[in-house]
Design a protein around this ligand. Structure first.
Ligand code: F6R
Length: 239
């Protein structure tokens, strides 16, 4: 695991975008693993700028997002389908995009089909991750085990509170999500985890220096052969 500390959040986003750009330049038909939330916004903005400047071409790339809430419509402003449209997909020329369907009739069948589709696409070449304050990656919440495949999860109180800022009230925050499992994340050929701000400092410390434990799901990345952690000074403050 490599850890790089930057002065500010903007630099973290640019550094993550640079790793994605290098991957796409090396392999134009890359399979990209994408995330939502506040952390990737700077990265996506930079990728859009490079695309608009003619430096990047996504026309052969395929993307798979990590997760989606269960039970909100794809066009809900806070759905991850809509987030990806608004913050990345509308502005670039990605060949194919995939976000798990949190409205599928049979969610576990959708989960299995999602894993099978990623495998058929050749596996994820580079996976972008944010991290929860509780150390979650995707929506793999603290638990007593690591779950391998895409799963349906109940969000913890900490995650519901953290995501409350995007909704009118806490009641409106979905309680369940469909998320790539830890096996899916660990199978990515490269993983780039980004974190900014003081409220991520403990999770980053636990991930980088604590025990490898399902109580801190991101800690499993210490066993990944090509994991890069990009953080600003605030998120690195407990290292
Ligand atoms: C999002 C995801 C989550 C977020 C994490 C951090 O697709 O899987 O693990 O990355 O909750 O969220 P932000 O970046 O909003 O702090």
């Amino acid at each position: 695991m490599q850890v790089h500390v930057f002065d500010n959040a903007q630099q973290v986003g640019k550094a993550a975008a640079a790793l994605f750009a290098a991957q796409i330049t090396r392999k134009p038909d890359s399979v990209l693993g994408l995330a939502t939330g506040s952390s990737p916004l700077g990265c996506y903005q930079q990728l859009i700028e490079w695309y608009q400047a003619g430096l990047l071409d996504f026309s052969q790339c395929v993307s798979y997002n990590l997760d989606e809430y269960v039970g909100i419509s794809h066009t809900h402003p806070e759905s991850y389908h809509q987030f990806m449209q608004d913050n990345l997909f509308h502005a670039i020329n990605m060949k194919e995009t995939h976000v798990p369907d949190g409205n599928a009739q049979d969610l576990w069948a959708e989960a299995a089909a999602y894993d099978a589709a990623i495998e058929k696409a050749g596996g994820i070449d580079i996976q972008l991750l944010g991290i929860g304050r509780n150390g979650h990656i995707g929506f793999n919440e603290p638990a007593d085990r690591f779950v391998y495949g895409t799963q349906i999860v109940s969000l913890t109180k900490s995650t519901i509170e953290a995501n409350r800022r995007f909704f009118d009230s806490e009641d409106q925050v979905p309680r369940k999500a469909i998320s790539l499992g830890i096996g899916g994340i660990m199978h990515a050929k490269a993983v780039v985890l980004i974190a900014m701000g003081e409220d991520k400092a403990q999770a980053i410390r636990d991930t980088v220096k604590g025990d490898v434990t399902p109580a801190v799901q991101a800690s499993i990345l210490r066993f990944h052969p090509n994991a890069t952690i990009l953080v600003d000074k605030a998120a690195a403050s407990l290292l």
